[in-house]
Design a protein around this ligand. Sequence first.
Ligand code: SF4
Ligand code: SF4
Length: 300
Amino acid sequence: MKQLLILSGKGGTGKTTVASAFIKFSNAKAFADCDVDAPNLHLVKRGFDQEDHFDYFGMDKAVINQRLCMNCGLCQTHCRFDAISHKEAYVVDAMACEGCGVCERMCPVNAIEMRPAKAGDLKVFRGMATFSTAQLKMGSGTSGMLVTEVKKKLKAAIEGIEGVDFAIIDGSPGIGCPVISSISGVDMVLIVAEPSVSGISDMKRIVETAKIFQPKIAVCINKFDTNVGLSEKIEAYCKEMGLDFVGKIPFDSEVVKAVNAGLSIANVDCAAKIAVKLVYEASMAMLLKEENTLFKISRG
Ligand code: SF4
Ligand code: SF4
């Protein structure tokens, strides 16, 4: 099964709008939302008759047994994350605890235990298609591991199902741990860029990050007509870097209306839909070819 990951260097570029349209256009049998901090691909999920829930445990957290604690304060002194405080007793702030285990080793009376702590929820939907998604608990810091779990769950859920040739994955914004976990093992990355000074800088960073994993890389521009000059710069950068440029999508107020109504733009007849369809066709041609393709769409 080939995997197409849709990324952007930052939030708000329309990455999920593009991902949801791709899912509709392709009638994808497998897809996943790896934006575990703020998942919203479930807005387009459909036709599922089974929903499985799993608890996600990240790192262990320290817990103090008050019956054993003799109030020496050593744990607080050695916690470099300031996760232990003292009012009436020494207590661990689970949100601040990084699970390093130093306090457990320092405690002279073994009053501290490292315990598994729930850090998020995983869900797998099955039916006409299989959809894997997750939500990280606020304050939990293991988003990269959770993304890996989302992908593993998708793979396990579709094992043995015939005709699942590809999966579409909505990635996280930025270039942090969850993005790196998202890229690992995928066949192709489509970067949705935005024509702004910060958007170009973010796009370059995500290109550099993606290159490390050597997938096919394609770039498209969303809302290209909001700054035609910078859009041209993005195209020139792609040419210079040898990246496949797969199209540009105009700003379209119909997209906002569709998103607010919980619809994919694939369901709405508008200029953006036509442009995204071209991006989709070019991207799928790249994904499904065995070798990197020179397929390019008209730059209009
Ligand atoms: S496990 Fe580490 S971070 Fe957590 S309370 Fe103990 S020393 Fe602090
Ligand atoms: S190191 Fe152990 S005994 Fe000392 S305050 Fe912490 S938990 Fe209590």
